[in-house]
Design a protein around this ligand. Structure first.
Ligand code: GLY
Ligand code: MN
Ligand code: MN
Length: 455
């Protein structure tokens, strides 16, 4: 089937689902309509520049318009959503033209020159309309009933965890782009490139600017792999290249992929640790299906990682003891995964019900971003890691955990930083679709297992 036609049909069905979700949520919260802002350009302090623009997720859910600030989506149950498309008179910047694309048939698109025109295009009385977005100066005079009412957002965010077939198609496309980027980055690493050159290779292969990625790539050589959200880019290669941890995703239709691979440059011991770690990651992926409580996935990940730590001579106690005493958290201090979609860390991961409330994280695991029971249609990341993080190791050295860690082995591995392997999984009724491995297979002809990069 023609891909554009296919996407148009998928998007039409997606908007129907979105409308049904909003119909329920608006009625439950007593609103007659909703107004969603795409976001504003944020000025830089005492400058005439602005920060790169990123459209809000709640707006992108309706239309894949991520480059145009100051658009509004107005929806009233039973009526076609109205897209107020910002088309200013501006000879300094390129003014976006009203789009004609696979999705435009689903909205009543009206160009507006500025906010005053946008307000004039809306119903006179917005007294029962909820506003979603960052409040802007002058919003009070628009007469909306409430800005970002928590009850409405909870319902919308709760539902958003279940992706529509259109959203799954976008997430697959975002993974295929990321796979291309990862292949180019792995080649650059194998050729001895510095961190900045590796990022440039990733961007070129994705055909994207940095601001178009869902998050700034984490490209860390050697010890820097231990910095979980490493944000620097060294301009020269290290004297000895040992390892690379690359966590980088791409966007398609406003949806994110979030993919991590770790490579050993030439060290056989580190490379076999990565291979064993990949087996652990794949075993964890195979335990994911609808009905599973993500808190249990997180805790079983700690057990499996703790077994590998013991088997690899990094710890001296068994897995149960390592988890109970917090030793596994020295090496794996972050959550095992999170919801993925319009945002990298998608909203609603802790919600107890559509009415709100929070499902608490397991004690001792403060960074877990998802505590819900999985349903078919959820998309989650699976991203176990083991890292050699100086401040966490220093803290463990000073207490009862010290005796459970093989410090000589830790010292020999510190120079590699750490390992993280991250795939994006769509939950199905019976298991999962591994969007990342499928994408690597489609783009590379191999599942893209981490380890030693292609040369
Ligand atoms: N790239 C951020 C994360 O993996 O959650
Ligand atoms: Mn990631
Ligand atoms: Mn992630």
């Amino acid at each position: 089937m023609d891909e554009a036609l296919d996407l148009a049909a998928l998007h039409a069905a997606h908007v129907l689902t979105l409308r049904a979700r909003f119909d329920r949520a608006l009625s439950a919260c007593g609103y007659s309509g909703v107004l969603v802002h795409s976001g504003s350009l944020a000025p830089i302090f005492r400058d005439d520049q602005t920060h790169p623009f990123r459209a809000h997720a709640w707006f992108k859910a309706w239309v894949p318009l991520h480059e145009v600030p100051d658009c509004f989506l107005y929806y009233e149950p039973g009526r076609t959503p109205v897209l107020l498309f910002h088309q200013p008179s501006d000879y300094w910047h390129k003014v976006a033209r009203p789009p004609r694309a696979y999705w435009t048939a689903q909205v009543d698109l009206r160009p507006v020159a500025d906010r005053a025109a946008a307000r004039a295009a809306l119903p006179r009385d917005l007294g029962a309309t909820a506003y979603i977005g960052e409040p802007f100066r002058g919003l009070a005079a628009w007469g909306v009933s409430a800005a970002n009412p928590p009850g409405l957002l909870a319902r919308i965010d709760y539902d958003r965890a279940v992706k529509t077939p259109y959203e799954l198609a976008c997430l697959r496309a975002a993974n295929r782009l990321a796979a291309r980027g990862h292949r180019a980055a792995a080649r650059a690493f194998a050729g001895g490139a510095c961190e900045l050159e590796i990022e440039l290779a990733f961007l070129r292969a994705c055909g994207a600017r940095e601001q178009e990625l869902p998050y700034n790539p984490i490209i860390a050589l050697n010890e820097s792999g231990a910095v979980l959200h490493y944000q620097m880019l060294e301009r020269t290669p290290p004297a000895e290249v040992r390892s690379m941890l690359i966590d980088a995703g791409a966007q398609a239709g406003g949806y994110a992929s979030d993919v991590t691979r770790t490579y050993s440059f030439a060290d056989a011991d580190f490379s076999s640790l990565i291979e064993r770690f990949d087996e652990v990651q794949q075993a964890l992926c195979s335990g994911v299906h609808a009905g599973v409580d993500w808190r249990d996935v997180h805790l079983s990940a700690h057990r499996l990682v703790a077994e590998l730590l013991h088997e690899s001579d990094i710890t001296t106690c068994d897995a149960e003891e390592a988890v109970a005493t917090g030793v596994s958290s020295v090496f794996l201090p972050h959550g095992i995964g999170h919801l993925l979609g319009l945002q990298v860390h998608d909203a609603g991961g802790l919600l107890r019900s559509p009415e709100g409330g929070e499902i608490p994280r397991p004690e001792g695991h403060p960074h877990l971003r998802l505590t819900r029971v999985l349903e078919a249609g959820f998309v989650v990341t699976m991203e176990p890691g083991i890292y050699f993080i100086d401040p966490l190791l220093d803290a463990a050295r000073g207490d009862a955990r010290a005796a459970r860690i093989n410090w000589t082995r830790v010292e020999s591995l510190r120079r590699f930083g750490g390992i993280r392997i991250e795939d994006d999984l769509a939950v199905t009724a019976s298991g999962t679709e591994n969007m990342t491995r499928d994408a690597f297979r489609a783009e590379l002809g191999s599942p893209g297992a981490p380890g030693v990069p292609e040369r």
